[in-house]
Design a protein around this ligand. Structure first.
Ligand code: URA
Length: 423
């Protein structure tokens, strides 16, 4: 094949054949298709879309570009979840040990934050000694004989075509495209070898998908890709207009996750953790289990401690805290009516919890504590947010990013077209 012919066909609204897709992905991974050519093809896909057959083949070709793990030989069933990303979304931290406490292994390959969304690995790295790198052999051992849960970085061998393509999309305005997002996420999750997969598709200001119709399209595309590959997949659509829980940041989110594992924590975090755990356990064949009980009686906490230790971390080490804090207070008495997830996410990022470029490091202690959520009554001068950072010159940039999102009114606003947890 010739790259120019393939680009032209897609540019003119045609459908790529299976052989053309296999060739394009393979040649790109080998360097025989240049970045410029793949950028043009990605933009043609962005503008003209792909058929279901094309998306499925594209995903299969990205999986075939690297290794595919296989945990079917483990004595335990496997289940994983993927969130499309949000603000304050620390759910993996309590969820993985919770599910593993029921004898279902959780092989969770996670990422780092980029932009305003946090990354699970950045959060866990705030625990002294904890390491994200786990070899395939260690993964087998941890899942089969260890804690049963592993949260780690994906090795270089997993879907290398996606690694290259994602970096290219990031700098060519071609990220925000359902066929490319769906194939990117699912190629990694299918290559990871999980038996069952639960997708938490976020909808709202702090999510990739701002509106429910596109979120639904992304969810159903990914569920279809899972089915094509023989990975049992379900999706929930959940709200991301307001940050999840009462903390945004790295160590701050670990602290809140540990509260959930100790039987406490904010209601929305517990509710989503339990809902996703039920789906994962059902997909692994465990329907009649009391999920909440494992949070209340310490079983999930025991697995968490084992999971942190097996990757070199000390679950008893004090979590790092930022050197400086600054409170954002209510301008008047009334009811808090708005707290935009995107703005809070960007503010946390500016405080140092996220990175501006891939190679930057993050501040473990930076982020935001939330003392009131929309619908809560507040007194004049009461702290609503506490900003944390090691560098006080970041406060001004963070307050700028909040852009007056904390509005206080006499009456509660009717909730928007809220999205409930559902299929
Ligand atoms: N996450 C991914 O892994 N890929 C995308 O394209 C978008 C989000």
């Amino acid at each position: 094949f010739d790259a120019v012919d393939v680009i032209r066909l897609k540019r003119d609204g045609g459908e790529l054949s299976d052989a053309q897709i296999d060739w394009a992905i393979d040649a790109y991974t080998r360097g025989a298709v240049a970045d410029e050519q793949m950028s043009a093809l990605a933009m043609a896909i962005f503008l003209n879309g792909m058929s279901r057959r094309e998306i499925s083949r594209w995903t299969a070709a990205m999986i075939a570009s690297g290794e595919r793990m296989d945990f079917s030989g483990l004595a335990r069933p496997t289940a994983d979840k993927h969130s499309t990303g949000g603000v304050g979304d620390k759910i993996t931290l309590p969820l993985a040990p919770l599910v593993a406490s029921f004898g279902v292994a959780v092989p969770q390959l996670s990422g780092r934050g980029l932009g305003h969304t946090g990354g699970t690995l950045d959060k866990l790295e705030s625990i002294a000694g904890w390491r994200a790198d786990v070899s395939n052999e260690q993964m087998w051992e941890f899942l089969g004989k260890g804690s049963g849960a592993v949260v780690c970085a994906a090795g270089a061998g997993l879907a290398p075509a996606d690694k290259k393509l994602y970096a290219l999309r990031d700098i060519t305005a071609t990220v925000d495209c359902v066929p490319l997002i769906a194939s990117s996420i699912m190629s990694k999750k299918i290559a990871e070898g999980t038996g069952a997969l639960v997708l938490d598709v976020k909808v709202g200001s702090g999510a990739f998908m701002k509106d429910i119709d596109r979120a639904r399209e992304l969810a159903s595309t990914m569920v279809g890709l899972g089915a094509d590959a023989g990975t049992q997949t379900v999706a929930l659509l959940t709200d991301m207009d307001v940050p999840l829980g009462l903390t945004v940041g790295n160590a701050l989110e670990v602290r809140e996750s540990v509260e959930v594992l100790a039987g406490g924590g904010p209601g929305d975090v517990v509710e989503l953790t339990v809902a996703l755990a039920r789906e994962m356990l059902a997909a692994a064949g465990k329907n009649d289990v009391d999920v909440e009980a494992a949070l209340g009686d310490g079983r999930a906490m025991d697995v968490w401690r084992a999971m942190i230790r097996q990757q070199g971390g000390d679950p008893d080490a004090p979590l790092p805290t930022a050197r400086e804090t600054h409170d954002v207070t209510a301008p008047r008495a009334g009811i808090l009516t708005e707290m935009d997830a995107l703005k809070v996410g960007v503010a946390s990022w500016r405080l140092g919890a996220g990175r501006a470029r891939k190679e930057d490091s993050v501040q473990a202690g930076a982020g935001i504590e939330i003392f009131a959520k929309p619908g809560d009554r507040v007194a004049k001068g009461q702290p609503i947010l506490r900003l944390h950072t090691d560098e006080p010159d970041r406060f001004e940039r963070a307050i700028d990013a909040l852009g007056g999102t904390l509005t206080v009114d006499d009456v509660a606003h009717a909730p928007g077209p809220g999205v409930s947890t559902g299929r």
